[in-house]
Design a binder for this molecule. Structure first.
Ligand SMILES: Nc1ncnc2c1ncn2[C@@H]1O[C@H](COP(=O)(O)OS(=O)(=O)O)[C@@H](OP(=O)(O)O)[C@H]1O
Length: 322
């Protein structure tokens, strides 16, 4: 076999090994989130050990290294574009990330930090460990718990127009439970009087300033980086450039890594040479949204406006959601 073919073959093996690792890892964390029992957790640990072994056979991964608690977390927001940020940043050679959402600081906190650390990929000292769980942003206890782990944790929040975010959230729920009430019914306590139901999660999550105030009790604003969910779609390289700066990483991910996939309607990662792996996000990202009456959208815009303005003032950036 010629040297070029050999190279291509080993590259292909690395990619398919990585794909296997990701699907095993997904199974492992899902298991932990679905069950609360101890024997399943040791099964999870075993699966994770197998993953580590597989990853150590992957030439892209360190042969040695340690499982470390994350230095950086993507803490929100749900439907903001958190998966895209994680999948894009993890192509950086100095980043290793858990592919699935461990929900440690909300649902699995009682399992302890050792359990959490055990889920993480092995990293060299120079590498950053990351995970993403979008529900952390709206979990009251999450900032305190994360600051107890390390006060130096870097936090990333992907924010998006709260009205579009709410519709995206509802569209996702509807895809799983087709019998739920209409968006309008859930969004308002009294629609004719314009009284919004702030107890509905799809609405509450978008009141970003309220959640942010909770985080600022434990973290400095400079420890939190806000990614624009809108610009992440129109200029992924620009947003990822700022994420790399924030994480203290060399800017390796650039516009050379992205292309706009017309079928998907979103930016995707360029395929590494000779790989058959899809590099666009899955079907649950970029769903066609439920059609919502323009008047309802206007009412929600009005509702969010004061919260948005306070949020812009606090973070020093106008996201232009009006
Ligand atoms: N490159 C790329 N490809 C696909 N989708 C992209 C991308 N960049 C951002 N987005 C937007 O990400 C939205 C899903 O957000 P999350 O990943 O945070 O969702 S989740 O909370 O993890 O379910 C998803 O929301 P919907 O379009 O409403 O499905 C996308 O708009």
């Amino acid at each position: 076999m010629g040297s070029k073919k050999l190279l291509q073959k080993s590259h292909y093996c690395t990619i398919s090994a990585k794909a296997r690792v990701i699907s095993d890892e997904t199974r492992a964390v899902r298991l932990a989130n679905l069950t609360g029992n101890q024997s399943k957790h040791s099964a999870l640990q075993k699966t994770q050990d197998v993953l580590d072994h597989k990853q150590s056979n992957n030439s892209n991964s360190p042969k040695y290294g340690n499982k470390k608690l994350p230095n950086a977390l993507i803490v929100g927001v749900k439907k903001g574009g958190t998966r895209a940020v994680l999948e894009f940043i993890r192509i950086h050679p100095d980043v290793r990330a858990l592919g699935t959402e461990p929900h440690f600081f909300d649902r699995n906190y009682d399992k302890g930090l050792d359990w959490y650390r055990g889920l993480m990929p092995r990293t060299l000292d120079s590498q950053i460990t990351m995970e993403k769980t979008p529900s952390y942003f709206v979990t009251r206890e999450a900032p305190r718990r994360i600051s107890n782990m390390s006060r130096e944790t870097k936090l990333i929040v992907v924010v998006r127009n709260p009205v579009t975010r709410a519709i995206s959230d509802y569209t996702q729920t509807l895809s799983k439970k087709p019998d739920i009430p209409s968006f309008e019914e859930l969004a308002f306590k009294n629609r004719s009087q314009g009284i919004v139901d702030t107890s509905w999660n799809a609405i509450r999550i978008g009141m970003y300033i309220l959640h942010l105030e909770n985080w600022l009790q434990y973290f400095r604003l400079s420890q939190i980086h806000f990614v624009s969910g809108e610009r992440l779609i129109t200029d992924p390289a620009g947003e990822l450039g700022r994420v790399q700066d924030f994480l203290g990483l060399k800017r390796i991910i650039t516009d050379k890594h992205f292309y706009f996939n017309r079928t998907k309607g979103f930016p995707c990662l360029k395929k590494p040479e000779s790989s058959s792996q899809p590099r666009c996000l899955g079907k649950s990202k970029g769903r066609t949204h439920v059609q919502i009456d323009q008047e309802v959208i206007e009412q929600l815009r009005e509702f969010y406006r004061p919260f948005n303005v306070k949020f812009y003032e606090m973070v020093g950036h106008d996201f232009r959601w009006d």
